[in-house]
Design a protein around this ligand. Structure first.
Ligand code: ADP
Ligand code: MG
Length: 508
């Protein structure tokens, strides 16, 4: 299928570019070492030379430029790899880049984000990896203008075993991707949540690794293992691979723990600047992607965040990260949603696409969910709201009822005491005084009960003094008081210092 007919966008000779905007990485200037991606240094010279002939689409005289191939890798699931692959890819495409996304995860979630269903005849990443006759053109689908993807299948889980029996199993993906390098500016690889053969294939072809993760302590430990794996790959299969970005997902900026972890990551990474490790230029990508429910909702509508909720914080974060990266890479980033650039280079028929969602036209306003689903959502929201309000009212009503009951109960002793006063006045004054005190106490009791009900236990009795408080009193008063069983108070333990990345094994 001759779908790759578009000439490469950037015909100037290859110049390695800084990974991030220099302002983001003052220590290093944010540059990837030239050897990291330069064709002359990498093992990809052949690939670049071969690409035009292989696709038969690019003039022989035009130098085909290798796209930036980035693996989104984290052996932990649910950290935001697929969400970031899809939405960063969509943002790059809307900035006019030609983007290919590769789903390497057997959960095959990536295609769900595009509302594109594959027929049984659709070739997938499994075919590409196991069938020597399957070409990449057979597996590519177009999701949006400028945005192609290769879907996965659940049977991909079995591929690890089958691939393991093949010779050169780690480089299969690289050999399949190389022929179409000239057709894309950026290739993003959505890795599975493991460090098996599929991830190794991604690391063998990737120039860079982004690590999506949450700014929590435990994922930090996972980061160490991941970096060690990349280090191993860099010592053999792919000497030029670099970990360039830590992509913070589901970020809660208000959490002091998250801020502390970011500080920790940054300070630990800074210690490796200039060292001969693949993460010596890694930075925390800016901005972190905030936790935003719209990002979780979008796939259920078969939409990227820019289709579904283009103004939400999640869309803003991914767009800004994409913009910063493009600035750093020296790639065009002028207009978001700009002029259309066909992802497969030709605008040729999209292979085997059965269903695509609305709003895929570049430049068109991004679509919201279809009318029926939108109104369904709205009414669901409304009924949830009214249910909440109703339960509030019910709660208030029952609280008032209870309060009234208690008040009536408390009123009885008051009446009884008043009657006693009347009697007492006939007897003697002292009895009357005692009864008056009883009225006062009863009234006070009622007030307290009411206050308890309405102001949620503001009148809790004072806590017994703790052992430490008791012992801090003068010895005399301590002796005078009834000798109480000493309360068992857990000794406050000193919070242990957080283990650093370096101590955790990063010092390779
Ligand atoms: P992974 O690919 O690493 O397994 P996913 O990208 O599938 O992780 O994300 C896991 C879940 O978290 C998904 O349901 C996704 O919609 C949700 N999610 C991802 N990023 C965010 C975010 N920033 N805010 C809210 N939910 C998110
Ligand atoms: Mg995933």
């Amino acid at each position: 299928m001759a779908i790759y007919t578009r000439a490469p966008m950037h015909e100037e000779p290859y110049e390695p570019q800084p990974v991030l905007h220099p302002s983001l990485t003052p220590e290093t200037g944010g540059t990837v070492e030239a050897s990291a991606v330069a064709p002359e240094a990498g093992g990809s010279v052949d690939a670049i030379a071969l690409a035009p002939e292989a696709s038969g689409a690019v003039e022989a005289s035009e130098p085909a430029r290798k796209p930036r191939v980035i693996a989104l890798l984290n052996q932990k699931g649910g950290v935001g790899k697929t969400t970031s692959t899809v939405n960063l890819g969509a943002a790059f495409a809307r900035y006019g880049q030609r983007v290919l996304l590769v789903d390497l995860d057997p959960q095959s979630n990536l295609s769900l984000h595009f509302g594109v269903e594959s027929g049984p005849e659709q070739r997938t990443i499994r075919d590409l990896l196991l069938d020597p006759t399957c070409r990449i053109e057979d597996a590519v689908q177009t999701a949006r203008p400028g945005l192609d993807f290769i879907p996965a299948v659940t049977e991909l889980a079995l591929v690890e075993g089958e691939l393991a029996q093949q010779e050169g199993m780690q480089t299969v993906l690289r050999s399949k991707l190389e022929p179409v390098y000239g057709n894309y500016d950026i290739v993003l690889l959505d890795c599975p949540p493991s460090l098996g053969v599929l991830s190794v294939n991604a690391l063998t072809v990737a120039d860079e690794v982004f690590v999506p993760m949450q700014a929590h302590y435990l994922p930090l430990r996972g980061l160490e293992k991941l970096l060690q794996t990349v280090h191993l790959i860099s010592q053999g299969l792919n000497p030029t691979i670099r970990v360039t970005g830590i992509l913070l997902c589901m970020h809660d900026g208000s959490s002091s723990h998250a801020r502390a972890v970011i500080g920790e990551i940054e300070s630990q990474l800074a210690q490796f600047r200039g060292m001969d490790v693949p993460w010596s230029t890694a930075t925390v990508l800016d901005p972190p992607v905030r936790r935003n429910i719209k990002l979780a909702e979008a796939p259920s509508f078969g939409q990227t965040i820019f289709d579904y909720a283009p103004k939400c914080p999640g869309a803003d974060d991914y767009r800004r990260i994409a913009e910063q990266l493009l600035i750093g890479w020296g790639l065009p980033h002028g207009s978001f949603d700009g002029a259309a650039v066909g992802g497969n280079g030709s605008g040729a028929a999209v292979p085997k696409k059965r269903k695509a969602t609305k709003g895929t036209k570049r430049g068109a306003k991004s679509t919201k969910p279809t009318g029926s689903s939108k109104s369904a959502r709205n009414s669901a929201k409304k009924s949830a709201k009214s249910a909440k309000a109703a339960s509030k009212i019910t709660k208030k009503a029952s609280a008032t009822k209870a309060a009234a009951k208690v008040a009536t109960k408390s009123a009885k002793p008051v009446k009884r005491a008043q009657a006693t006063i009347a009697k007492a006045s006939k007897a003697n004054a002292s009895k009357a005084a005692r009864a008056a005190r009883a009225v006062k106490v009863a009234k006070a009791g009622r007030t307290i009960t009411m206050a308890k009900l309405t102001k949620s236990a503001r009148t809790t009795p004072k806590a017994k003094p703790t052992k430490s408080a008791r012992t801090s009193k003068p010895a005399r008063s301590a002796k005078a008081s009834k000798p109480a069983k000493p309360a068992k108070i857990a000794k406050p333990t000193k919070r242990p210092a957080r283990r650093s990345l370096r101590s955790g094994g990063l010092s390779l």
